[in-house]
Design a protein around this ligand. Structure first.
Ligand SMILES: Cc1cc2nc3c(=O)[nH]c(=O)nc-3n(C[C@H](O)[C@H](O)[C@H](O)COP(=O)(O)OP(=O)(O)OC[C@H]3O[C@@H](n4cnc5c(N)ncnc54)[C@H](O)[C@@H]3O)c2cc1C
Ligand SMILES: *[C@@H]1O[C@H](CO)[C@@H](O)[C@H](O)[C@H]1NC(C)=O
Ligand SMILES: *[C@@H]1O[C@H](CO)[C@@H](O)[C@H](O)[C@H]1NC(C)=O
Ligand SMILES: *[C@@H]1O[C@H](CO)[C@@H](O)[C@H](O)[C@H]1NC(C)=O
Ligand SMILES: *[C@@H]1O[C@H](CO)[C@@H](O)[C@H](O)[C@H]1NC(C)=O
Ligand SMILES: *[C@@H]1O[C@H](CO)[C@@H](O)[C@H](O)[C@H]1NC(C)=O
Length: 681
């Protein structure tokens, strides 16, 4: 049943090219794609540029646009930040006076002719974004009902694949309004509109297109969004009315055996920003090395993941995802294409690795360390409370919790899930990932725990398998971990629990009480034992809470009624009071992982970045002085507000309400317009 469905998905979803506004023939015949080829060694990363990166927008190309009479009047819209013509100065002044980003329907939103010219300069890479489920609606504004396509979208809705292969779709539809859900979704209000989806997408295949889009968005005061796979749990790869850059197709992977830099000598990959976990792992397997990525095979490794830390089943050996990155190629808010390394634009390098995706620039590729092959013993086990009753069940879990620092010192990683099944509790360890351990070593390490299960009268199923290398061990563990996608029924939050929470029996007990208490409200809790092998000298902005953690606790908050403001407020309150709140209170020096965070976290600056926040905020001002890049709970995001009157989610600086990152509403500056004029920013 499944195979034909998947096949038909690919066949049916080849989309009719939606029309981009057309321009008069006199213009289309005069305008060529705005790009030139630069030498592949024009970089300071120590590895040649990919083909996609040698195609660039330069001052000379901008001058060509100025010198094309048919479009000369529009040339300033595509010029770099430091271009000084009267028109570009006027655009800058105008942009600074506007409180909100221009959205479709606004007076100053670019007219169709300008979008058509933009598309010509991009070489035809522009496409309006149409919500995928619109094929299921007979009377939507998209007027594209199609039963076959609707069936394919319905079949693929809970897979990552459907969404990462689409320029505008995201995996957690709560953040698109939610609008145009599959008919029948609990959160659907029965309408299919553009909602919180971005408006236009650029299918990025080269750097010149990114530079053009950045310049156009900056000069035209557009909201700009970067979409890679759409995995982001806080909907940060979509934005109402935005111009969206789709980086998914930047796929290069190149192996270099002897890379030399000021901080590292050894083997590396140069990888495109669109490379996903499974592609990285397959390449590493092919070259006989190990590479660091996450547990989900389809997460983009050099989009959101390494921009924000990135935890991994290999972190106990090799450090965080961000720690792997030696050099980045990036387009900044000024439109320039730059290299960032520990010695070149070193402050930007520091900010891009930890400061979060979609905030400091658009990464096009990274040079990353790879490591020796790693043998792994993978163990899975499960038990429940039905035979033993709840008290022994919780005692067993607490025993494991107390042992976590020991497991970390022994360089292992694990992923154990507790489910509240109503009539009792289920526990599945899937898996315990014992890197560089034989089965005998695993058995010795876990013997006290399994003895405890026996003592408590808990029957368990155990399966232990040894693998000589990472990739097959990984596949046996997480090959199919695209869970819960397409749902509006819940959202995760995580807490990074520091070593000091194991210091005494009293604090261990208090911490455990907070976790155990959450299961009454959170239907699913996953505990990761994880502790990164930290570099001797830290040269990135990864959340300091990761550096001293022993465990990450991920709790899924069920949203009983995602269709109303009251239902969402209930979910927010549950996180604050019953799920994350108690654990936050007993982990004052812990933190939260921005990529898997409670979307309502009231304290995101301190929780995501700790003492690094102040410098990140300064660097945000330096590299993005006009706030071109905005994401929900990103660095500097508190200077913006999504004005969303119709759902009662009007947010003001300091006071958080709702999903302002992508909720339906205009993105506006919190700084009062008169203040802007006064200080002549
Ligand atoms: C099922 C699942 C499992 C996961 N497992 C793990 C795990 O094991 N370890 C872990 O650390 N995380 C994990 N995550 C979280 C994951 O790291 C984040 O969702 C991450 O942000 C995804 O990045 P992306 O580029 O694929 O997604 P997107 O949603 O496309 O992008 C995420 C953010 O990065 C920005 N961005 C994307 N590309 C670029 C670019 N080229 N330049 C600048 N900004 C960019 C986007 O604007 C957005 O803000 C998991 C998520 C899911 C859904
Ligand atoms: C803009 O900055 C870039 C990089 O510093 C430089 O190459 C270019 O000449 C500058 N252009 C102008 C018009 O100043
Ligand atoms: C759905 O659309 C109809 C018709 O435009 C409108 O009257 C109704 O309020 C919409 N429902 C919601 C919940 O937005
Ligand atoms: C590894 O585990 C063993 C057995 O529990 C323990 O005695 C030892 O201290 C641990 N090793 C380290 C390095 O902590
Ligand atoms: C044990 O786990 C491996 C994956 O690690 C799996 O292939 C195998 O089928 C499992 N065996 C049993 C009996 O569950
Ligand atoms: C910790 O909890 C256990 C189990 O409930 C209890 O026996 C022990 O006395 C507690 N210790 C402290 C210091 O609170």
């Amino acid at each position: 049943m499944l195979a034909p469905l998947v096949l038909s998905l690919a066949a049916v979803l080849v989309r009719a090219q939606e029309p981009v506004p057309s321009v008069p023939a006199s213009i289309s015949s005069a305008v060529a794609p705005a790009a030139t080829e630069v030498p592949a060694d024009s970089t300071e990363a120590g590895v040649q540029l990919f083909e996609a990166e040698t195609t660039q927008l330069t001052d000379a190309v901008v001058t060509d646009i100025v010198n094309t009479p048919e479009i000369a009047d529009y040339a300033h819209l595509f010029a770099f930040e430091n271009t000084t013509t009267q028109l570009s100065e006027r655009a800058k002044r105008q942009r600074r006076l506007l409180k909100c980003k221009s959205a479709p329907g606004d007076l100053l939103y670019p007219v169709k002719l300008v979008w058509g010219i933009f598309d010509l300069l991009l070489g035809g890479a522009l496409e309006p974004i149409v919500p995928l489920a619109s094929y299921c609606y007979k009377d939507s504004e998209f007027d594209n009902y199609n039963a076959d396509k609707c069936a394919a979208v319905t079949a693929g809705w809970t897979t990552g694949e459907l969404h990462y292969n689409d320029p505008g779709s995201i995996m957690w539809p709560l953040y698109t309004g939610p609008t145009c859900l599959l008919p029948g979704d609990a959160a659907s209000h029965g309408n299919c509109t553009q909602g919180g989806y971005s408006s236009y997408s650029v299918h990025v295949t080269n750097v010149a297109q990114i530079q053009l889009a950045v310049n156009f968005a900056r000069t035209s005061n557009l909201r700009l969004v970067i979409k890679n796979t759409g995995h982001d749990y806080n909907g940060r790869s979509t934005g109402k009315g935005a111009l969206s850059l789709w980086t998914h197709n930047l796929k290069g992977i190149q192996y270099i055996q002897n890379y030399k830099s000021s901080t590292y000598n050894g083997p590396v990959f140069k990888v495109g920003a669109g490379v996903q976990g499974y592609e990285l792992y397959q390449a590493a397997d092919k070259y006989g090395v190990s590479a660091v990525g996450g547990i989900c095979p389809t997460v983009g490794v050099f989009g959101g993941y390494s921009a924000n830390g990135g935890h991994s089943p290999l972190m106990q050996l090799f450090g965080m995802g961000s720690d792997q990155v030696l050099a980045l190629e990036v387009v900044t808010a000024s439109g320039l294409f730059l290299t960032a390394t520990p010695t070149v634009n070193s402050d930007l390098y520091w900010a891009l690795l930890g400061g979060g995706g979609g905030t400091f620039g658009i990464v096009t590729s990274a040079v990353v360390k790879v490591h020796e092959k790693v043998p792994v013993t993978v163990a899975q086990w499960s038990f429940n409370s039905f035979v033993s009753g709840p008290e022994p069940f919780w005692k067993a879990l607490k025993f494991f919790w107390d042992e976590i620092p020991n497991y970390n010192s022994n360089k292992t990683y694990s992923y154990g899930t507790i489910i509240n099944a109503g009539v009792g509790y289920l526990y599945t360890m899937a898996p315990f990932f014992a890197t560089k351990k034989t089965v005998a070593e695993f058995n010795t390490l876990l013997k006290p725990y399994f003895d405890k299960l026996t003592e408590l009268g808990i029957p368990y199923e155990l399966n232990v398998t040894h693998y000589d290398t990472f990739y097959p061990a990984y596949q046996a563990s997480w090959a199919d971990s695209d869970f819960h996608i397409g749902s509006t029924a819940g959202t995760p939050g995580v807490r990074l629990v520091p070593t000091e929470n194991w210091a005494t029996e009293a604090i261990r007990n208090k911490t455990w009480t907070a976790i155990r208490g959450a299961i009454d409200t959170a239907p699913v809790i996953t505990i990761y034992n994880q502790r990164p092998n930290n570099p001797a000298k830290i040269i990135n902005s990864v959340n300091p809470a990761f550096r001293k953690e022993e465990a990450m606790v991920l709790m899924i908050n069920g949203i009983a009624d995602p269709s109303t403001a009251a239902g969402l407020k209930q979910a927010e309150d549950d996180f604050a009071n019953k799920i994350m709140g108690p654990l936050r209170a007993v982990t004052p020096t812990g933190g939260e992982y921005g990529n898997e965070a409670d979307p309502w976290n009231p304290n995101f600056k301190a929780d995501f970045w700790g003492a690094n926040y102040a410098r990140l905020a300064e660097l945000k001002k330096k590299w993005d002085p006009t706030g071109l890049f905005y994401v929900h709970h990103g660095v500097g995001s508190d200077e913006w507000v999504v004005e969303d009157g119709d759902r009662g989610f009007r947010r003001r600086m300091g006071g958080f309400v709702g999903f302002e990152g992508s909720w339906e509403g205009s993105l506006c500056s919190c700084v009062d317009i008169f203040t802007i004029v006064k200080f002549n920013l």
